[in-house]
Design a protein around this ligand. Sequence first.
Ligand SMILES: [Zn+2]
Length: 204
Amino acid sequence: MVSQTHKGKLAEAPPGRNGVKTDPPASSEMVVRAPVLVLNLNYVPINVCTVRRAVVLLVKEKAELLENHQGQLHTVDRIIDAPSVIRLAYLVKRPFLPRKLSKKEVFLRDRYTCQYCAKKSQDLTLDHVVPRRQHGPHTWDNVVAACTRCNLRKAGRTPAEANMKLSKTPRAPDPNPYLILQNRVILDEWQAYLPWAIRGVQEG
Ligand SMILES: [Zn+2]
């Protein structure tokens, strides 16, 4: 619906003959803000940025151009094709930000399984391994999914104090490379660089 509005506006714009510049500013502005797929040095997609940002990376030789987008950019002294896929000239070692710590994300990480009794349950609670009252932090490595029964049994104690054992050491979940493409339109030029997009998102 949004794109229709854009199209409508563009259609209404003057054809650009009457002494007006050929490119209406609206469309240049749209090109500048168009999305660009950013690949790591190893060709793994790591980000989506704007054409504006991509051009800066290209000009500074921090990235190379792999695919062009529809449209051109007018800079002070030249016209350049708008990039659509770029590849960084260096390797970003930990490209994906750790996922946001929330109850739902912890349950997902722990596969809806109580980390004490190994029972799968939809009725889970968030357990701080070292309890908050003992100054346990609210961090990925100190929170686990626990069923209500185990949570009651543990009752504000550490696993050692409660004589309970964690099935595994909690840590931040694996980064999810799909996140960068969530709720985004996948441009045609990107397809070849997105092996997952073709297979579709699989539940991990
Ligand atoms: Zn349990």
